[in-house]
Write a protein that binds this ligand. Sequence first.
Ligand code: WQD
Length: 335
Amino acid sequence: MRKILITGGAGFIGSHTAVELWNSGLEPIILDDLSNSSAGVIDSLEEITGKRFAFYQGDCNDRSLLEKISGEHEITGVIHFAAFKAVGESTAFPLKYYKNNVGSLLVLLDWMKEKNIKDLVFSSSCTVYGQPEVLPVTEATPRQEAESPYGNTKKICEDILVDFVKSKPGIRVISLRYFNPVGAHPSSKIGELPLGTPNNLVPFITQTAAGIRKKLTVFGDDYPTPDGSCIRDYIHVVDLADAHLRAISYLKNQAMDFYDVFNVGTGRGNSVLEVIQAFEKVSGEKLNFEIGPRRPGDVIQVWADTTKINQVLGWYPKFSLEDSMRDSWNWQKTL
Ligand code: WQD
């Protein structure tokens, strides 16, 4: 069975991707430093799939750990999620972000080349687009100056991948630019586990509805959008996981030294107020929220043009915004 190393595989998107890989006959090998996840996720993955995946706790910067993994498993591909991703924190601690997010990719690529591991799917982000001039945004849209060190690490990693592939190391790479991952596995056994106060909208909504947070603040309703609140492309995490499966499978049929980039979104934009309405509809809860000041650094509106991933990878989203709200709420109620 083809073994795929998932770095950050105990995390939100990584754990859901492990399920989709297993369900399609690939074996995930999980590496995670548990800085933003818990070892209990490995147990939950066993409950969902009936398989206890090999799990290594540690840092992708640790070359000796990567050597140990390739000594114990014949790894044929890597899906690289492991990275710090809090925009605000990255501004406060940029070196922590560059060392982890950029440094770990450099170590990983060197190890892959030496061990003749061919296929890599890299977790990138729509944040590289900043505020696009034209919407929906395509992969040809020029990347903007990053709004944060976090966003800059994603741009730098994409540039590293382009240059590395040009050097003909004998690997094949796809970067996936995620829009806004939301939702949880329909089994409610895995989902988003934000540590501390959530930065992101949907976990803040569900924690408010659960009484963990007193009130949600909508960061501005005076934007030039139909209802005044910001618009994003909210994609269900299981749809996002499936995109990784299709990407790692697609790479097997490509020539060496292949590189390409794909947006992964629903192709639909929804405003903050529409997300709240969808949540209230599926949960039956009245959400306690108020309108507050704009959040610095927020782009006004961004959503994906998904023509390329639809046509090349044959990937289409299956879940709606309401499905995402239902699954997020069912997951929150288990916490
Ligand atoms: C969504 C909308 C907020 C919280 C971030 C990262 C991005 C990616 C996804 C990693 C915005 C509004 C939010 C709240 C609110 N992460 N909001 N009240 O900022 O689009 O993207 O997460 O790859 O890189 O930047 O997501 O969920 O923080 O915000 O009104 O309490 O919800 O203003 O309009 P964002 P978000």
